[in-house]
Design a protein around this ligand. Sequence first.
Ligand code: CP
Ligand code: NVA
Length: 329
Amino acid sequence: MNLYGRDFLKLLDFTTEEIEYLIDLAAELKDKKKNGVLHDELRGRNIALIFEKTSTRTRCSFEVAAHDLGMGTTYLNPTDSQIGKKESIADTARVLASMYDGIEYRGYGQEIVETIAKYSKVPVWNGLTNEFHPTQMLADALTIREHFGHLKGIHLVYMGDARYNTGNSLMVLCAKLGMHFTAVSNKKYFPGKELVEECRKIAETTGAVIDFSEDAIEGTKGADVIYTDIWVSMGEPDEVWEERIRDLKPYMVTMDIMNNAGPQCVFMHCLPSFHDLNTGIGRDIKERYGLDEMEVTDEVFESDRSIVFEEAENRMHTIKAVMLATLRK
Ligand code: CP
Ligand code: NVA
């Protein structure tokens, strides 16, 4: 398998075998890290990390993974760079590509990261756009494989806003890896028709199943994984909260939903999560709408069925795999 020089912009650009290779490589790198085996194969290289939206996991994963591989990093925060304001995306891409060996971008439309890749002669990695979150997917796949021992045939139910980056990407991941994806939500929040059609076409070749349900009980029965994400994503206006809460409250992940799925079912979340009142936004929502928890109850989040912190750790190992695979000759 040779992914040298490739961009990592969305999973749709990769074959099933290439995605499986990245998951295997991540597992290998995780093993090395746990056993104290040095793996600084990219010594002397440098990468740029552009974040137009905030981050904890993705930024730290890129930085730690780069340092483990022997690389230097420059973090460009949401306000300090000229990108998009005084300098076009295309010019920024050409400048950075002349100094760095790889570029990570987190921000708004998918077309922005695609433009950076078009004008960059070095690999570009998508650290989240409105439409896709592909590095998250590799971590999720590794975590599910560690828990169940395999991926094919696993039934993953996504509850909540399934037409944004995480929901879209999980549907593509399941299609590519022969898994069963069900979006359980108000139908306003099902992924877009075009992407569904593309995933169903892929599913024909991998044995995946892609379906949808508005019924929280019916739709979650027998699920192996119940996955959710925050109801209002970064970059969306504050005004959407009221409607979002009204539409998605019936799809909150509760212990009753987990029990309805069955004892095999685990809980996943890309994080950050509003499961208690220990965040500023959580307290603000409590004041405005009276909710103590949102997309998942604190009981589920803190239970032994929750594998969210294993999932978060795997962000680092999988991002490392993406960088190593695309930068190593
Ligand atoms: N899951 C995820 O991307 O987390 P951050 O926003 O903290 O990077
Ligand atoms: N859908 C969320 C994912 C955060 C990792 C957002 O875009 O804010």
